[in-house]
Design a binder for this molecule. Structure first.
Ligand code: IMP
Ligand code: MG
Length: 211
């Protein structure tokens, strides 16, 4: 019951209380690579608490299956799931997108499929970021053919003005400018995923990587 009280207080605007739920310390070794913080840990937690409340209301009385898109969504998924006050199940898919670069290729490949059949299930896809939208569009098409009872999307971020396909994202935490971001699950060359906030990288980090 105490945890619930904390979640409610976060939704009411006391994110500092919720901060204790994600005790990821700042990583000193990353500090020189980060240009600026785009979304703070507190803002992320407050927004996820709010989305968790909405999802709890929307799915009450129905079975809920969260489908996380690996690897980027795993951090958000862990936090979001704890703000949803309903019984739920987890499954994961892994798709290839950027590899080590910062531009989308448009080619989506399933590296790991779901463990379970989703026919008749209420599926909520949890995605870290929607950039061109090609990954999500492919996933939605693919999962729709498996005849879930419902299929919706929860995304931490959507980049503005870069979407190449129309997408309906029911639960969206943040809209951001079309810049490359890391942290809170998102990587550059597999690094930075464990930062508790979302930030941008200094240009020299890319320069050094393109050799
Ligand atoms: P999309 O297919 O262009 O929408 O790209 C979606 C995927 O690309 C996301 O699930 C991320 O894995 C990755 N991605 C897109 N933008 C970023 C970013 O700014 N930082 C890190 N990964 C990103
Ligand atoms: Mg990635």
């Amino acid at each position: 019951m105490e945890a619930n009280a904390e979640v409610r207080s976060a939704a009411a605007g006391s994110p500092s209380v919720v901060g204790v739920l994600t005790l990821a310390p700042h990583v000193n070794a990353y500090e020189s690579d980060i240009e600026q913080t785009l979304i703070t840990q507190q803002d992320i937690q407050a927004k996820l608490a709010e989305l968790g409340e909405r999802i709890s209301d929307d799915y009450r009385g129905r079975d809920l299956l969260l489908v996380g898109v690996l690897k980027g969504a795993f951090v958000m998924m862990a936090d979001l799931a704890r703000y949803i006050r309903l019984p739920l199940e987890f499954d994961f898919m892994a798709v290839s997108s950027y590899g080590a670069a910062t531009q989308t290729s448009g080619v989506v490949r399933i590296l790991k499929d779901l463990d379970h059949d989703i026919e008749g299930r209420n599926v909520l896809i949890v995605e870290d970021i929607v950039d061109s939208g090609l990954t999500l569009s492919y996933l939605l098409k693919n999962l729709r053919t498996r005849r879930p009872a419902s299929l919706e999307v929860c995304a931490l971020m959507q980049k503005l003005d870069v979407q190449q396909v129309p997408l309906d994202i029911k639960y969206k935490a943040f809209e951001i400018p079309p810049v490359f971001v890391v942290g809170y699950g998102l990587d550059y060359g597999e690094r930075f995923r464990n930062l508790p906030f979302v930030g941008t990288l200094k240009p020299e980090v890319y320069r050094d990587a393109v050799t």
